[in-house]
Design a protein around this ligand. Structure first.
Ligand code: SAM
Length: 282
């Protein structure tokens, strides 16, 4: 980046272009070079890598990515930021900007355009209000993605990277860890954003696993069991599986748990993703 990023530069840019950060699109812009560096380092970019960024905002992360890899495609919903981005990225010849709602785009088409034939890297400081749908779409296309690095709400990152038995461990954890290895690589304070968001953030690295470390014959069944177990967190697995959505009676549920080598007295929140897989396969 030619000029170091600072709160005053970000403010000056916004003022010069007559735009205000919009809350509805989660516009909290990063104004700290160290945090931007840390996000990019977490991605472990190679010079030949191609990157996709969701929500470039003022272009701070985009410019750093453009310095470190072969090409960046950035998708921004807010057309009012177009003149700002054209200015801040004027020197970056390897950036393609797309002005659209990321959730409305066909992701397979976008990934083909952004990455070509080799898997690429997704790096983004994403708007918190659409974290889950973004993750779902990325995982649906994980075969084309080598690494995902997201700056997300800290609480969300902790749920994704949680270990069995902890209070953060949830259906979201099992869903995410079914698709990827998850790791928090840093915590980020509110003060490095303009304007500061209401909550703290964390850098989350997701390394997709193919076809999933848990080889499953029936993915839908796996998630049905996970939802049943966490829908009734306080119940034993036997009670969670008997009746309700799964449609087993008590004797069937008990036999199933024994077959999977899992005690019927355990609660779902103590099962690792591998144990959920064993149960679903049984
Ligand atoms: N990357 C910039 C940074 O780190 O300073 C901006 C991050 S800001 C938290 C989120 C950005 O995502 C905003 O620029 C916002 O306009 C954009 N955005 C929000 N919803 C979006 C969507 N559905 N599709 C694409 N961009 C979106």
């Amino acid at each position: 980046m030619s000029e170091p990023l600072s709160a005053s530069r970000a403010r000056a840019l916004l003022e010069a272009h007559g735009v205000r950060p919009r809350k509805r699109w989660g516009q909290n812009f990063l104004i700290d070079r160290n945090v931007l560096e840390k996000i990019v380092q977490t991605a472990g970019l190679l010079p030949e890598d191609r990157a996709l960024e969701i929500g470039p905002g003022l272009g701070a992360l985009t410019a750093l990515l453009a310095e470190r890899c072969a090409h960046v495609t950035a998708v921004e919903i807010d057309r009012l930021l177009e003149p700002v981005l054209r200015q801040t990225l004027a020197d970056c010849r390897n950036v393609s900007l797309i002005f659209a709602d990321f959730l409305e785009l066909s992701l397979p088409t976008l990934l083909s355009e952004a990455f070509g034939d080799s898997p690429g890297v997704v790096v983004a400081n994403i708007p918190y209000y659409i974290t889950t749908p973004i993750l779902e779409r990325l995982f649906e296309n994980k075969a084309r993605i080598r690494q995902i690095v997201l700056l997300v709400q800290q609480e969300f990152a902790e749920r994704v990277a949680a270990t069995p038995g902890s209070k953060e461990y949830s259906a979201l954890t099992v869903f995410a860890q079914y698709h990827a290895r998850a790791e928090i690589t840093g915590r980020v304070s509110r003060s490095v954003f303009l304007p500061p968001p209401e909550v703290s953030s964390a850098i989350l690295r997701l390394s997709p696993v193919l076809p999933g470390t848990l080889a499953l014959r029936d993915e839908a069944r796996f998630f049905q069991i996970v939802r049943a177990a966490f829908g009734q967190r306080r119940k034993t697995l036997l009670n969670a599986l008997a009746g309700g959505q799964i449609g087993l009676d008590r004797a069937e549920a008990e036999a199933l748990l024994r077959r999977a080598g899992i005690s019927p007295e355990r609660r779902g929140e103590t099962l690792s993703p591998e144990e959920f897989a064993r149960l679903s396969e049984a």
